[in-house]
Design a protein around this ligand. Structure first.
Ligand code: BGC
Length: 785
């Protein structure tokens, strides 16, 4: 991979692959995935290879294959494959000689290009330029373009291309075969319907073939086969001539908001989709691309972060994170969440985890609150599933699913996972049963959203209800210990998934306590200030009674305290009594999860080793509950035992290292976090990019080095730039105001400049804390740090 090939205005905007290696297809397929939050298109190459994974996902179109599998995002029909034959022989980079090869994703424009000069085993020499994009302007539209130049002789070129519905999700066919049609000998249409959720997909495509600018004569051969409709076009190219194929496609589904209603008709959907294709294709590849680029310009205008660093890579990494955060997020529809792999691969089946609320949401809350609100509304729409899960488990209120899919699906965590190296059987995944902290993560995120935006409307319509229901859930989970005279939360998995069936996981207990305390506070607020909301929720949730429970229990919830001798907070009741082993080999591992080459999960459970940040995240989320000494003591204890086997870990550790003023360490952890997808491991992104890690990159920059926090409802900005950085510039939104933040460093002297971008006449002054001092300003603020 090469990240330095962008020059001038494209500097730090280009992700490039400089050589072709058929063993590592997954890396670029995922990293260079295209999309717009509605559609996700994995970047498999036009020509086909063994081991490739072609994915086209439409957000929210979940289907459950049968009762033995959980619902997943089905892999829609493929439109990216083009079989190219030169004098009857298939073009493949596995044969012949590659003279030139470069594939590039331009993060600025969202366009993917591939330049190849290739000599076939028979000596025909050709130049190929492939280009494609998924439109950010028309969410249904995908543009592709192939230029093929005959370099050294005349040749017959044949292009087979169309729509292929023969794909599966690693073997699972999620669709009934639907109708296939070719209209006017050129508009191809394929209908697919998911087997259980009965969602119709309509996929259309049209081609245009030109040689040296002139439309090719001669009709293509039309083929309709099982789950497939294609055209085969034969073209004679004289030496030096260039063939240009433009392929414009679109995808519509009956789950699209505009069609998901009682009067839905497939006929209307088909007609609309075809009409859209016919009018869009008139603009041509270039016209459609330009429209999409305009939308990308708006994105960059809104989100741009500038880092002046000795390492250009840092600037590129934050742009890469922004790019993927945009294309993975269904900002168009509040009925959908973000998948743990975005829309870039089949990993985690398109399901949403706490990754969204704790890792990704802060980015939207601070820079695009409307999208943050939609993501939280998605959780509101899933509340009935959460209530059902609570009931089924003998609890009250809302117990949110560990893994979540369509709003009515409830818990969708699969039950069986990776191999147990001792028994040879699949390991049981307990998260769906007992990883309860997700509910308070959602409560925390919605409160954070509320505090940062001041969005009362959201709270009244959704937020209070969610918060109270989650607090009810926690109150019903508490188990009284007669011996200790306190409430415990037993048999859980905390964030560290290497410890299963533990009692009193510190993170879980603190967050449950936090949720109930907040519910108590807001019970008073709604009762006193919002009688209408109070009346409604009291009837719906039995608020008064719930409040009595909260009050009677909250102060008796056991919150693991720092040990007297060393200030270490026990991660759970048994962690500190477990065996300590030398973890050096696993800490220095090249690939995550190496400990499982030597131990199974049951054995790992009995060792003081953590998969990811656990107790330490508390110091980030509930920062001012703990002193710096406690933070440092726990850091010293847990960091060496944390393997960062989850991609959710490094960014949090980087932020905490910032808080502890170890900027060198913070920077090196940040660099590692930024390389989770971008790094040299060519297999680690095969199942898709790591969505939470990308949100973590943003938090590492803005909340870590940028020092931005919301604490007790107030803004604090405490920047600390690492020695490699001389300037950091980023936007945040605070209570409806857009603030432009600049941190500069000159010979160790740091300065903070804040400019309010949105200025209405009666705008209220903004108060914030910097380095322990309060400042109030209306338009501009400068602080010497
Ligand atoms: C992590 C979880 C995370 C999930 C999805 C797991 O490996 O341990 O914390 O939510 O992946 O990203």
């Amino acid at each position: 991979m090469d990240y330095a090939s962008g020059e001038n205005e494209l500097k730090n905007w280009i992700i490039a692959e400089t050589g072709f290696n058929p063993d590592y297809l997954g890396k670029c397929e995922a990293m260079m995935a295209l999309g717009n939050g509605y559609l996700g298109l994995r970047s498999a190459t036009e020509e086909s290879y063994v081991g490739e994974v072609r994915n086209l996902f439409v957000a929210g179109t979940f289907n459950r294959f049968d009762e033995y599998e959980v619902t997943e995002l089905p892999n829609g029909a493929d439109i990216t494959r083009m079989d190219i034959r030169i004098n009857g022989k298939r073009f493949s980079l596995e044969n012949g000689k590659i003279r030139k090869y470069k594939r590039m994703l331009n993060l600025k424009t969202g366009e993917l290009t591939r330049h190849i000069r290739w000599v076939s085993p028979r000596g025909e020499e050709l130049e190929f330029v492939f280009r494609r994009f998924v439109s950010l302007n028309n969410l249904h539209c995908i543009g592709m373009r192939a230029e093929i130049t005959a370099m050294n002789q005349d040749m017959e070129v044949s292009i087979e291309s169309g729509i292929n519905g023969q794909l599966t999700n690693t073997g699972v066919q999620h669709f009934h075969e639907g109708e296939k049609r070719i209209f006017e000998k050129k508009y191809l249409q394929l209908i697919q319907t998911t087997t259980q959720s009965k969602i119709d997909f309509v996929v259309n495509t049209v081609h245009q073939y030109r040689v040296d600018g002139k439309e090719v004569d001669g009709e293509p051969k039309m083929v309709i086969d099982r789950r497939k409709v294609v055209l085969i076009q034969d073209i004679k190219l004289n030496r030096g001539q260039k063939l240009v194929v433009e392929k414009i496609s679109n995808v519509y589904t009956s789950r699209d908001k505009e069609y998901d209603h009682g009067d839905y008709s497939l006929e209307v959907l088909r007609k609309d989709a075809l009409f859209n294709l016919k009018s869009e294709c008139k603009k041509g590849y270039e016209g459609l691309l330009q429209e999409s680029i305009k939308k990308w310009e708006e994105v960059w205008e809104k989100y741009s972060i500038c880092i002046d660093s000795l390492q250009d890579f840092d600037q590129l990494a934050i742009r890469f994170a922004h790019y993927h955060l945009v294309i993975m997020t269904p900002a168009h529809d509040h009925r959908m969440g973000i998948g743990a792999k975005g829309l870039s691969g089949e990993g985690y089946k398109g399901h949403s985890f706490w990754d969204t609320e704790i890792y990704i949401l802060p980015f939207f809350t601070y820079t695009d609150p409307q999208i943050a609100r939609k993501l939280l509304e998605y959780r509101y729409h899933t509340i009935d599933g959460a209530r059902k899960k609570a009931k089924e488990n003998g609890y009250e209120g809302a117990m949110y699913p560990w893994e979540s899919a369509w709003k009515d699906d409830g818990e969708v965590t699969p039950v069986w996972g990776a191999v147990d190296i001792v028994t040879g059987k699949a390991t049981k995944i307990w998260s769906g049963f007992i990883e309860k902290h997700i509910s308070s993560d959602i409560a925390f995120a919605l409160w954070q959203y509320y505090m940062i935006t001041g969005d009362e409307d959201f709270m009244e319509k959704y937020g209070y209800e969610m918060l109270f229901e989650i607090a009810k859930f926690w109150a019903s989970c508490l188990e009284w210990s007669e011996e200790k005279k306190e409430y415990h939360i037993n048999d859980v998995i905390g964030p560290d998934e290497y410890k299963e069936h533990v009692n009193n996981n510190a993170f879980t207990n603190y967050m449950a306590h936090w949720t109930i305390s907040k519910a108590i506070d807001y019970y008073h607020v709604v009762k006193e200030k919002k009688p209408e909301v109070y009346g409604r929720l009291n009837v719906l949730l039995g608020l008064d009674e719930a409040y009595r429970h909260w009050i009677s229990k909250v102060d008796k919830i056991y919150l693991p305290q720092p040990r007297q001798e060393d200030l270490v907070i026990p991660q759970d009741d048994t962690y500190l009594q477990k065996e300590i082993i030398d973890l050096t080999e696993y800490k220095n591992q090249k690939h995550v999860g190496s400990i499982f080459r030597d131990y199974n999960l049951e054995q790992v459970n009995n060792i003081q080793v953590s998969k990811q940040a656990d107790t330490l995240i508390l110091f980030y989320l509930l920062e001012n509950l703990f002193t710096k000494d406690i933070k440092r003591a726990n850091w010293n204890y847990y960091e060496p035992k944390t393997l960062h086997d989850s991609s959710l870990s490094l960014s949090i550790h980087s932020i905490l290292a910032c808080d502890l003023d170890d900027l060198e360490l913070a920077y090196s952890l940040f660099e590692r976090a930024a390389r989770i997808d971008l790094g040299p491991n060519m297999k680690s992104s095969d199942h898709g990019i790591h969505a939470a890690a990308l949100g973590g990159i943003w938090q590492g920059v803005v909340c870590g080095f940028g020092g931005v926090r919301m604490l007790n409802g107030e803004l604090r900005i405490d920047p600390k730039l690492p020695k490699e950085w001389s300037r950091l510039e980023f936007p945040i939104e605070w209570r409806g105001n857009r603030l432009h933040i600049v941190v500069t460093k000159d010979k160790e002297k740091q300065r903070l400049y804040i400019t309010r971008m949105s200025n209405h006449d009666n705008a209220q002054a903004i108060t914030l804390e910097v380095r322990g001092r309060k400042y109030t300003f209306k338009e501009r603020l400068m602080v010497n740090l």
